[in-house]
Write a protein of this length. Structure first.
Length: 351
């Protein structure tokens, strides 16, 4: 669909395209926004299934009558038991939520920040949505909002320890990094620079619960902070002066994950929960512009995908595939993948 444009190989915004079994029939569709329309295509044939106009832009100074579409996000605000509702947003000001028939459920004006996060905070079988510095009920009611400056650069809600109440964490750009309870009460707030791309995982077995890693951009790039499940800042280090995603990676199949800083031979590698570089990338001419983490071979452990506009390489372990009891964390679904996501990697095993 469409024609690739090499001038667009570097983008500084999200892209409104995802692959998802939107109608829950066991087959994926391709959903995207283009030409001021939201389109659903058959994932196998590319045949158009449905199209609707993107929402009208309510701003007086809008460049176009309708929004282009900053990102797509799937959730379950209808209580179907699967992510059959669609959220689309503009860059920073508005969100719209559609049902499975692409009928508008609700619209809200809010300082959106970047990628949302779903969590059934009240246990009614329907997702509440973390959008910007706010939490919305399934019907679009704003439950709370923090009046902070700048915007959200990554948000999630999860229990940081077994049996604990869910905690919200927010990478809040120049506002730093914050922990809130599910009612919006600020529990801790750290002024540690322009924080982005948070990720929660079990990085250390000697600490109870989950750990969270963040990285700084804009003015203090490359500073990395680790927080424990009690919301304490326990480690700060600066391996280089580059901002990047810090994606958790299940590299060993054991219970402690690493994170991928970047794929550069000298400046990159994988780091553990103590801030030590534990895996280096080989000096073999591979691309290092971007990377992703994904279990491609199916042995529970992750591969690393690295690419640039010309090449895509995949790295795996020397002993792949591996059998037996292996760590298998549960992560953000691939149909909600974004360069701006807060990554959550919940502990789990294959057997």
């Amino acid at each position: 669909v469409g024609k690739p444009d090499p001038d667009n190989w570097v983008l500084f915004n999200d892209v409104a395209v995802q692959i998802h079994d939107f109608n829950n029939d066991g087959k994926n569709e391709v959903i995207y926004a283009s030409g001021f329309e939201i389109k659903i295509l058959n994932g196998q044939t590319g045949q158009l299934i449905k199209r609707i106009p993107t929402p009208k832009d309510p701003r007086d100074d809008a460049k176009f009558d309708r929004i282009l579409g900053d990102c797509l996000f799937f959730c379950d605000v209808s209580g179907r038991g699967y992510a059959g509702d669609l959220l689309i947003k503009d860059r920073y000001w508005n969100v719209w939520v559609y049902d499975n028939d692409l009928k508008l459920n609700w619209h809200a004006e809010v300082k959106t920040g970047h990628y949302p996060y779903p969590f059934d905070a009240d246990g009614d079988g329907k997702d509440e949505l973390l959008i910007g510095y706010a939490l919305f009920d399934d019907d679009g009611t704003k439950l709370w909002e923090k009046e902070w400056t700048d915007h959200m650069d990554g948000i999630a809600m999860l229990p940081l320890k077994d049996g604990a109440d869910p905690t919200v964490f927010i990478a809040a750009s120049d506002e730093g990094f914050a922990f809130l309870d599910k009612n919006g009460k600020t529990l801790r707030k750290y002024n540690v620079g322009h924080v982005q791309n948070p990720a929660a995982a079990n990085f250390r077995d000697d600490l109870p619960g989950m750990e969270i890693v963040t990285i700084n951009f804009w003015g203090n790039q490359g500073i990395i902070n680790f927080f424990d499940a009690d919301m304490n800042l326990y480690k700060t280090f600066e391996p280089n002066q580059f901002g990047s995603m810090c994606l958790p990676i299940n590299w060993t199949g054991k219970s402690e994950e690493f994170f991928v800083h970047n794929a550069n031979v000298k400046q990159g590698g994988m780091y553990d929960g103590w801030g030590r570089r534990v895996v280096l990338f080989p000096d073999d001419g591979h691309p290092d512009m971007a990377n992703a983490v994904l279990d491609i071979t199916g042995d529970c452990r992750d591969e690393v995908v690295v690419w640039n506009p010309e090449e895509l390489w995949v790295y795996t372990q020397e002993d792949n595939p591996k059998t037996g009891k292996l760590y298998k964390p549960k992560r953000n679904p691939l149909y909600n993948y974004s360069n701006y996501q807060a990554t959550v990697s919940m502990p789990g095993w294959n057997e």
